[in-house]
Design a protein. Structure first.
Length: 144
């Protein structure tokens, strides 16, 4: 962090960043394991702490714990009079890799397409036959 202290602009921001990191650490210690790490400190000014969360479900769970968190932070030396919870899913995009595998295009082998085609040939006119035909068109388009 020495390089930040040498920069005049960064040097002014460093105490605020350190303060945010400290209150973030205290908040994570007080949160239940289910919510730990899912809330980020956005702003802390005039006793009002603004916390960002990725989903509405987490926001609801966090709001239930606000009185305990407010008193806990006050007991640890932070002058927190209120905590506001803001829903900001874009702030957490780097945390989740749930759908990372879906971003790659998967190529289906010719053998798989042939098996689907054999199934399609044996089906009578029905919703299933229409769905299989649509799947075949999709698979062929993906292969081309």
């Amino acid at each position: 962090m020495e390089h930040l202290q040498r920069d005049a602009t960064a040097d002014r921001l460093l105490p605020t960043a350190q303060r945010f990191l400290e209150i973030q650490h205290q908040l994570n210690q007080m949160l239940p394991n289910v919510l730990s790490g899912s809330a980020r400190v956005c702003q802390f000014q005039d006793g009002e702490l603004v916390v960002a969360v990725p989903t509405a479900a987490i926001a609801t769970k966090l709001r239930q714990a606000l009185p305990r968190l407010t008193s806990g932070l006050s007991g640890r030396g932070w002058k927190v009079s209120s905590i506001l919870v803001r829903l900001q899913p874009e702030a957490f995009h780097d945390k989740s890799d749930t759908y990372a595998g879906n971003s790659r295009q998967r190529v289906v082998s010719a053998q798989v397409v042939a098996h689907w085609q054999q199934l399609s040939d044996t089906l009578t006119e029905s919703n299933l036959a229409t769905s299989v035909a649509r799947l075949l068109r999709h698979l062929r388009a993906a292969r081309d």
